[in-house]
Design a protein around this ligand. Structure first.
Ligand SMILES: *Cc1c(COP(=O)(O)O)cnc(C)c1O
Length: 420
């Protein structure tokens, strides 16, 4: 750090500012977390120097004997953790992993049935502006307008009408559990693959606190930086053995060159951490904290999409309190509560304005916050929105936020896995 300060004081200052920002604010972005220090330690290690194009035992360069052991270790741990038949963790991020799945299993022009982005799906599931939307014939389902939940009857009708080659479920802003067995039955009845993208709630699946899609799906994909609490990057793909060759060839050499071996080493440690008792306790706390946060928000008159949550995240319609999600995000940021604007189902406002915000519990749970304070933070969110035109009240809220943030480290000691 001292060397950096001397050589590049500008960068050293920006690094310090970002650390202070993370420390002094309350992070509620549902897709963020504070990464495991142990796993992060492996990123930037000597494994970053190694080119390892190819797969263990089949590399295109020499000197890969220890890299092979590392990648095999990560894969074995994935199999143990998720009970899957095959795993690939070379994709640089989950979006690239998702493109690889489509490239591996489909021909250009084939039909995908997926959840629409505006109802909670992900852009890599065939959004019109994304490469996945340009290469394939995309048909999308949404949520039911009354229940705001996925309607399997609608999915079945669309599947029977359009005969997709692949059906996708798993979302970025859907607060309810998904009926994987129901999706699998529909996929089977029309001869489609079922691909489940658990980028968001994978940590909860790994900890066994919500159901796993692995027994029902042909392919499961996820990121590692959200509820799994790893460093940013890495797209993991789990699949049935008979699809292994297609998936592996799609990631390399179809989409990528050599993988980032330090990223893979870091994930091997991360997956071991995910098997620990501490991670199970952490994940249970994530769920309890999301419930408490939801109650706090509800107490201030916010309307929650589907009425609440069964996961780590909440989508709230803020328009009873403030004109838009964009303004909500800005006001909350001004008091030190970091969130993101989010479309709500059937949103009358455009995506860059939107009627809602999405918030979640993973980051603050990592910092050590428990239910009582999560409830209070939900109340502060609601109060800041109600009083968005009252600078004096916002200033008081800003002080309260700073006081709460000052009590917590970035990564609470209680979640560090015990030495074994
Ligand atoms: C976040 C997310 C991704 C993308 O993850 P990146 O690693 O940022 O590319 C993919 N799918 C879903 C459902 C997500 O929520």
């Amino acid at each position: 750090m001292n060397m950096l300060k001397r050589f590049d004081p500008l960068m050293a200052k920006l690094l310090q500012k970002e650390e202070d920002r993370q420390r002094n604010t309350l992070g509620l972005i549902a897709s963020e977390n504070y990464a495991s220090p142990l796993a992060t330690f492996l990123e930037g290690s000597v494994f970053t120097n190694k080119n390892t194009e190819g797969y263990p035992g089949k590399r295109f360069v020499g000197g890969c004997e220890f890299a092979d052991d590392v990648e095999n270790l990560a894969i074995e741990r994935l199999k143990l953790l998720f009970g899957c038949e095959h795993a690939n963790l070379q994709a640089a991020n989950a979006t690239i992993g998702n493109i690889s799945i489509l490239r591996g299993l489909l021909q250009q022009g084939d039909t995908i049935l997926s959840m629409s982005l505006s109802h909670g799906g992900h852009l890599s599931h065939g959004a019109a502006f994304h490469v996945s939307g340009k290469m394939y014939n995309v048909v999308q389902y949404g949520v039911n307008q009354e229940t705001e939940r996925i309607d399997l009857e609608e999915v079945r009708k669309l599947a029977e009408e359009h005969r997709p080659k692949i059906i996708v479920c798993g979302a970025s802003s859907y607060p309810r559990l998904i009926d994987y067995a129901g999706f699998a039955a529909i996929a089977k009845s029309v001869g489609a693959f079922l691909w489940v993208d658990i980028a968001h709630d994978v940590g909860l699946v790994a900890a066994g606190v919500i159901p796993s899609p692995v027994p029902h799906a042909d392919v499961v994909s996820f990121s590692t930086q959200k509820t799994l609490r790893g460093p940013r990057g890495c797209g993991v793909i789990l699949c049935r053995q008979e699809l292994a060759g297609k998936i592996d060839r799609a990631v390399f050499p179809n989409i990528q060159g050599g993988p980032k071996m330090d990223m893979i080493a870091a994930r091997a440690v991360l997956f071991k951490e995910c098997m620990s008792e501490e991670f199970k306790l952490y994940s249970k706390q994530v769920l309890r904290n999301a419930q408490a946060l939801a109650k706090g928000c509800l107490s201030q008159g916010m309307r929650l999409i589907t009425g609440g949550t069964e996961t780590h995240l909440i989508v709230a319609d803020v328009t009873a309190l403030i004109p838009s999600g964009k303004e909500a995000e800005d006001v909350l940021n001004s008091v030190g509560i970091v969130t993101n604007k989010n479309m709500i189902p059937f949103d009358p406002l455009p995506p860059n304005i939107s009627s809602g915000i999405r918030i979640g519990s993973p980051f603050l749970t990592t910092r050590g916050v428990k239910e009582k304070e999560m409830y209070d933070i939900g109340v502060l969110v609601g109060r800041a929105l109600q009083n968005h035109n009252q600078p004096d009240i916002l200033e008081k809220i800003r002080k309260q936020v700073a006081e709460i943030a000052a009590k917590y480290p970035l990564f609470a000691d209680e979640w560090l896995p015990k030495e074994r």
